[in-house]
Design a protein around this ligand. Structure first.
Ligand code: SF4
Length: 336
C-alpha cells in the first residue's frame, strides 16, 4: 500500500536542506504528484474542500514538506519518555484515529526535513537524564512508515540511536513497507510495534490501511531483521462477540515466535473527536454512546469517555488470562 500523494507542498526553507531537495526529486522522478512551492510564511491553501468529508479526503492525499521548528518534546507516557516529532498525520483514514482532532480540519501528511536537528535535540533530552536511559516514541503524532520512502527519517533515527547506548527508540505502525529496516545497525535499541485489530474491525473502521495478514507478515520480516517487536491491540472494542473475535486474533498472533510484547488500549473518545467522527463518517457504527461510558477527566480539564470500570476490569482480566493461555511468556506492557 504505497503512499503517493496527489499533491506535495514545500515550504521554501525545506528546499535549503538536502533531504527536502531529495524528496522533491523523488516525487518529480516518480510522477503522479503535483508539486507546489509555497510562498514564504504562507499556509497551505487550494485543496478542494466543499464539504468536511471532501476536505479530509483530499488532505490525507497531500504531503507537506516542512522544517521542524518545535523543539519542546512532550512526554509520551505510557509508551515512552518523550515524543520524537519526525512526521505528522498519516494517509490512513481510520474512523477512530487517535489524531482525529490533532491537525484541524485538514490533516495533511507532514514530514520534516531537518532530521539531524530533531535527533540532536533528542540527545540533549537524554543527556539530562543520564545515567538513566531515555526512550523516544516515533509514532506519537503520526504513522511514520508510509512516508519513509520519501524521507528516510526512520532509517536515520534507527542508525543514530543504534550508536547511543543511553537512548531507546520505538515506533508503531499499521503499514507494511518495512524493508528499509533491513541491515540497519539498530543494536536492539529500536522496537517496532504493529498496531492490529480483528479483521472485521480493520475492514469496518481502518480505511486505507493494510490487512491484518499483511501486518503480521511485516512483523515476521522485522523479527527476521533482528529487531525487538511488539503488538498494540488498539482500540479494543467490546461489542458483539468481542471475546471470541479477540481470541481468534490472539491465536493468529501465536503464529509469531516470541519474544514480543503486547500493549492493550481500550476504545475511548473525547467529545470533540466524537463530533468530528460523526461529521466525517455520518453512518459510522463505532460505539460512541456517551451514556454507556465513564467520563474520565484529564490533566487540563479535558476529558475522555472510557469504558466503565467493571468493563475495564473484564478487559484486563480476560486478556491477562487468554494471553497466559495462548501466548505463554508474552508480556503485556500495559492495559489502558
Ligand atoms: S493509521 Fe494510525 S495515524 Fe493513520 S489514520 Fe489510522 S490510527 Fe490514525
Amino acid at each position: 500500500m504505497k503512499f503517493v500523494p496527489d499533491v506535495a507542498f514545500f515550504e521554501p526553507e525545506a528546499l535549503d536542506y538536502p533531504r527536502g531537495r531529495k524528496i522533491e526529486k523523488k516525487l518529480t522522478r516518480e510522477g503522479g504528484t503535483e508539486i507546489e512551492i509555497l510562498p514564504p510564511n504562507t499556509r497551505v491553501t487550494g485543496l478542494p474542500g466543499c464539504t468536511p468529508q471532501v476536505a479530509y479526503r483530499h488532505s490525507k492525499r497531500a504531503l507537506v514538506v516542512r522544517v521542524q521548528r518545535t523543539f519542546e518534546y512532550p512526554s509520551c507516557r505510557p509508551s515512552a519518555d518523550y515524543q520524537l516529532p519526525l512526521s505528522g498525520s498519516c494517509p490512513g483514514m481510520c474512523q477512530y484515529c487517535y489524531l482525529m482532532t490533532r491537525f484541524g480540519k485538514k490533516p495533511y501528511v507532514r514530514v520534516y526535513v531537518n532530521v539531524s536537528e530533531i535527533l540532536d535535540r533528542a540527545e540533549q533530552y537524554a543527556e539530562e537524564r543520564l545515567p538513566e536511559s531515555t526512550s523516544f516514541e516515533g509514532a506519537a503524532v503520526s504513522d511514520p512508515v508510509p512516508v519513509e520512502r520519501y524521507t528516510g527519517a526512520l532509517g536515520e533515527t534507527v542508525r543514530h540511536i543504534g550508536a547511543r547506548p543511553n537512548i531507546l527508540f520505538r515506533f508503531a505502525t499499521k503499514f507494511t513497507e518495512v524493508e528499509f529496516l533491513q541491515n540497519l545497525p539498530h543494536q536492539g535499541r529500536t522496537t517496532v510495534r504493529f498496531s492490529i485489530n480483528t479483521p472485521q474491525i480493520i475492514r469496518q473502521f481502518e480505511y486505507r490501511t493494510p490487512s491484518l495478514d499483511s501486518r503480521l507478515e511485516a512483523a515476521r520480516k522485522v523479527r527476521e531483521y533482528g529487531y525487538p517487536i511488539g503488538f498494540l491491540i488498539a482500540p479494543i472494542i467490546c461489542s458483539g462477540d468481542w471475546m471470541n473475535e479477540y481470541r481468534k486474533l490472539l491465536m493468529q498472533i501465536a503464529s509469531i515466535e516470541p519474544p514480543f510484547t503486547l500493549e492493550l488500549i481500550s476504545h475511548r473518545f473525547t467529545e470533540s473527536a466524537r463530533k468530528r467522527i460523526i461529521e466525517l463518517f455520518p453512518n459510522t457504527s463505532l460505539p460512541l454512546d456517551r451514556e454507556a461510558r465513564r467520563f474520565k477527566r484529564g490533566k487540563f480539564g479535558l476529558g475522555k469517555y472510557v469504558y466503565p470500570e467493571y468493563k475495564m476490569e473484564s478487559i484486563r482480566e480476560w486478556f491477562a488470562s487468554e494471553v497466559q493461555d495462548l501466548l505463554p511468556g508474552v508480556e503485556i506492557l500495559y492495559t489502558v
